[in-house]
Design a protein around this ligand. Structure first.
Ligand code: PXG
Length: 442
């Protein structure tokens, strides 16, 4: 059979099984975006949609950036693909060296993946293999956190703490436990990091006593939980996790898929909070969302633990066909240039006070029960309709889209995370459109 025996109906939405989408509802009344530039998406009928979410937290430099587009085009023409097992191509090394120069603390090796989910599974596997290489193969446990999102691989959903992402699938990784999440409504309307709550990190000691710390390989957390509704770490919380992990020889993994590349006004959350993990996972902003790519950053100590034994033996039996894909590396290099040349991380930091005031100006708006912010992230929590969690926020999402603003929602929490090129006038419009939609919502 030929690939396309019949002319295809471009309006047929049925063939595609959409990810994390209510397929039937969507296909009855689709929301399509067919073009993007700067701060805006455009619908097929050319309606402008202000991007309040940097796509899915990834387009940090804004859309259609010429230097990135051209770098991808040039690279596709020069070297489209090359094997990367037992082979190499120059741009993969060049990009790793550029990333290395940005990394905090002892982090200094780069392992490429193609997504955040793959980065998480890779980091978990590196943690297990690292301990085993050092004669501590009994360290097989992972500690994640309630309301954590670490992608959709089996490792990621196991250490993740989102019930809906787990319960359809039954079997998960064994030997996983979870810290409590850090959200507390008694601290509603906190601006930035809460002053109290660091003691929640002490719960890690309790879990370690229960399981015996010498059986634990790694603790994984998002420094700021993004997907489950913008949960900002209490002051001192990450510092405590770091100290407890170090005390027990347990690796600390920061999942910086959202917080990496300027979202908090620094290269990484590790820089902002001055807490350096042993392994860091990234994706999204590493290529401005243009070409799929993720990475795991590892300390020298971890890398060195593998560089032992006969040197003709593969040190880590792990990798992807597309690890270090030339197009992704080209996009990544151009992306880092744009971030640097336009000072976008500094720009995010400078805008943070204005952003904070804008988010908190929604206090008192109908349905709002909490407002949270850090960097260029805002979380707006709504009271749920009785017996219909998520329904109100979904209505707000649809209203905003029709009014020309892209937001994202999880349950009844709205999250905003605009591209770092956002201007004050865009921020005003986001808050205005959202406020109007909230007032209209039933
Ligand atoms: N870790 C974190 C912290 C994430 O936020 C992943 C891992 C997985 O990345 P991939 O590239 O495999 O999707 C993520 C992804 C949302 C939303 O609406 C968030 C993500 C993905 C899609 C939607 O908040 N984060």
């Amino acid at each position: 059979m030929s690939a396309s025996p019949q002319p295809v109906d471009p309006n047929n939405l049925e063939a595609l099984w959409m990810p994390f989408t209510a397929n039937r509802q969507f296909k009855r009344k689709p929301r399509l975006m067919s073009r993007a530039e700067g701060m805006y998406y455009y619908t097929p009928d050319n309606r402008e949609i202000l991007d309040g979410t940097a796509g899915l937290w990834c387009v940090n430099a804004g859309h259609g950036r010429k230097p990135i587009v051209e770098a991808i085009q040039k690279q596709a023409a020069k070297l489209d693909y090359a094997p990367n097992f037992q082979m190499g191509h120059p741009i993969a090394f060049e990009f790793a060296a550029r990333l290395q120069a940005m990394l905090p603390g002892d982090l200094n090796h780069v392992f490429y993946t193609n997504s955040g989910s793959e980065s998480v599974d890779t980091a978990l596997k590196i943690a297990l293999a690292y301990h085993r290489a050092r004669g501590q193969g009994q360290r097989v446990r992972f500690i994640g956190r309630e309301r954590g999102y670490h992608g959709v691989g089996f490792g990621g959903i196991s250490v993740g703490g989102i019930v809906g992402n787990r319960k359809q699938f039954g079997a998960q990784l064994p030997y996983v436990d979870h810290l409590p999440h850090t959200h507390d409504m008694s601290r509603a309307y906190t601006k930035g990091q809460p002053e109290t709550g660091a003691d929640l990190a002490d719960r890690l000691e309790g879990l370690l006593t229960l399981h015996d710390p010498s059986t634990v390989a790694a603790v994984i957390v998002e420094p700021v939980a993004g997907s489950t509704g913008v949960l900002v770490p209490p002051k001192g919380y990450l510092e405590k996790l770091r100290a407890i992990c170090s005390k027990h020889g347990i690796l600390l993994i920061f999942d910086e898929v959202i917080t990496g590349f300027g979202r908090l006004g620094t290269s990484f959350a590790a820089d902002r909070f001055k807490v350096v993990p042993d392994l860091m996972t990234v994706a999204k902003g590493v290529t401005n969302g243009t070409v799929p790519m993720g990475a795991v950053f590892a300390t020298k100590a971890i890398y060195d633990a593998f560089m032992d034994g006969p040197d003709n033996v593969i040190e880590l039996f792990h990798g992807y066909t597309y690890s270090g894909h030339p197009l992704a590396c080209a996009a990544g290099l151009a992306t880092l240039d744009v971030y640097r040349d336009e000072g976008l991380f500094e720009r995010a930091a400078a805008l943070e006070p204005y952003w904070q005031d804008a988010i908190h100006s929604l206090k008192g708006t109908k349905h709002v029960i909490d407002l949270r912010n850090i960097g260029l992230i805002g979380g707006i929590e709504l009271e749920s309709r009785p017996g219909a969690v998520g329904a109100r926020a979904y209505d707000v999402l649809v209203d905003c889209f029709e009014a020309g603003l892209l937001i994202r929602v999880t349950a009844d929490i709205v999250a905003l995370s605009p591209p770092l090129i956002v201007e004050k006038k865009h921020i005003d419009r986001m808050v205005d459109t959202l406020g109007t939609a909230l007032k209209r919502a039933a």
